[in-house]
Write a protein that binds this ligand. Structure first.
Ligand code: 4AD
Ligand code: MG
Length: 458
């Protein structure tokens, strides 16, 4: 038979550990004494080989079978004096980020990207099995779905000398699309249009945010899954999100056991380096199984604020940011709720309307909206969503208050004019999901080539 792959190690001038990335394990290739000396010299870590040989039971420990090489062809040499992965003994994740073009060849990143793939597949399978339609929403758009203004412009106008209007502002009529455009921050508004006919749709695509947050949980380019469902209310929305998360997590538990076990061990080793009081008391696979088997906690925003104010952390002034009704909870607050208080995923509903987007359905109290965020241990916010405001008058009124130009959004408002229905949806940040499942701690390590402030390498 023939095997091809990259050399992971070469022991005693006899045993090659060859890996082609299809799984964690290597195949052991045993070379014979009459293998050409010139070829043996080129079997260095990182070199690529094609091996013809015979599969035989292995006498050594660690594998059942091995390949006795009849002939070896060096496909690509690899100079150990220059190969970056070879130069450091146990390269740190930070170092591997600098050589992201080569980090796929490590066990850690092999496991992470195989799991990322399984998760993406499970996302489509989950929605397909439930009859949802996968909708491709535009990447270039003229609207700001979240109203947060954190957008990357898309233009072909000359930056140095753009055409100007009489008042000195840029004349976007001369731009490629005849108007100012940007990269999308969310496919939600277009998904809502689809849901108003197809009933159950979802998007799964790249989204872009020019927010200058240099944290371990923010990317400027990330992937988001956004289901949108006609006739769903906020409770249906929570049920869908909870089922969805449990499904994709259990799919990985079932299909990527070996990768998970490797990452669990890696995480356990990392935890051992930390001081006792900062260690997580639950192992990766146990954590995932716990999430699949237990109900998420459901509380409202007001209860969340009360819990925080009653907490020892608040009383001992451990929070950097203040807590009172009306605040946009910071990651430290979200993580307190899930990691210290409930020790499980939490769905928070009924946020103050003043900190949420214009499209969320207003509750009767006049203060809150039918929003929901799902918070998970180690990450904080994994999902943000809501029931949508389907009442034309309430929606236009809110847009006016928030200075969102109704004329430009006529297409969005048309769905409320022509056969409006209650509907709801949410967005799940795909990289945050991969972080949660792999136990990795920096979002830059779960997307092949991260885009973050001051970084667009590769
Ligand atoms: O809460 P967000 O901003 O919600 C929306 O965009 C809605 N339009 C979704 C909807 O209702 N259809 O973002 C949704 C999720 C967050 O919960 C988070 O997981 C992720 O997207 N997210 C990010 N992930 C990585 N980097 C960033 N900069 C992110 N911003 C949001
Ligand atoms: Mg959010």
């Amino acid at each position: 038979m023939n095997v091809k792959g990259w050399v992971r190690s070469f022991r005693n001038n006899q045993f090659i550990a060859l890996n082609d990335g299809s799984c964690m394990g290597n195949i052991q290739v045993v070379i014979t004494l009459d293998t050409d000396e010139a070829i043996v010299k080129k079997i260095n870590n990182g070199a690529s080989l094609s091996v013809d040989g015979t599969v035989i039971p292995s006498l050594g420990k660690g594998q059942k079978y091995e390949i006795k090489a009849d002939s070896i062809t060096i496909l690509g040499e690899c100079d150990p004096e220059q190969f970056p992965l070879q130069l450091k003994n146990r390269p740190s994740l930070e170092y591997l980020r600098e050589i992201a073009h080569l980090r796929f060849r490590t066990n850690t990143f092999g496991a992470v990207f195989r799991i990322r793939h399984t998760l993406a597949y499970a996302v489509h399978k989950f929605y397909n099995d439930r009859g949802f339609v996968y909708l491709h929403t535009p990447i270039v758009t003229a609207s700001d779905a979240e109203g947060a203004g954190e957008m990357f412009s898309v233009t072909t106008l000359p930056l140095g000398k753009p055409p100007l209007n009489e008042d000195g502002s840029i004349n976007f009529k001369e731009d490629f699309f005849g108007r100012a455009t940007n990269l999308t921050v969310s496919g939600q508004l277009e998904a809502e249009l689809g849901a108003m006919a197809l009933s159950e749709v979802y998007t799964f695509g790249p989204t872009f945010r020019a927010e200058n947050s240099n944290t371990a949980r923010h990317l400027a380019e990330f992937w988001m899954i956004e289901p949108e469902v006609a006739f769903n209310d906020i409770n249906d929305n929570m049920d869908l999100a909870e089922d969805f998360i449990k499904y994709v997590v259990s799919y990985v538990l079932e299909h990527n056991r070996e990768d998970l076990e490797f990452l669990a061990q890696r995480l356990a080793d990392e935890e051992k380096q930390k001081p006792m009081n900062e260690r997580s008391d639950i192992a990766l696979i146990d954590k995932l199984e716990f999430v699949v088997k237990n109900e998420f906690e459901r509380i409202n925003y007001t209860q969340a604020i009360e819990i925080l104010i009653d907490s020892p952390a608040y009383k001992k002034k451990k929070f950097t940011y203040d807590v009172k009704w009306g605040i946009d909870m910071q990651s430290e607050h979200e993580r307190y709720l899930v990691e210290k208080h409930f020790k499980k995923p939490v769905i928070v509903t009924g946020y103050p309307r003043d900190i949420k987007a214009f499209y969320m359905r207003q509750n009767d109290d006049g203060k809150t909206v039918a929003a929901m965020d799902i918070l998970v241990p180690g990450i904080g916010e994994l999902v943000g969503g809501s029931q949508r405001e389907e009442r034309l008058d309430k929606l236009t009124q809110r847009m006016k208050e928030m200075h969102i130009p109704a004329e430009e959004m006529y297409w969005y408002l048309d769905t409320r004019r022509f056969g409006t229905v209650p509907h709801a949806g949410f967005g799940l940040g795909f990289e945050r999901l991969v972080l949660f499942v792999t136990g990795m701690t920096n979002i830059r390590d779960v997307i092949p080539f991260p885009r973050t402030p001051k970084n667009a390498e590769f």
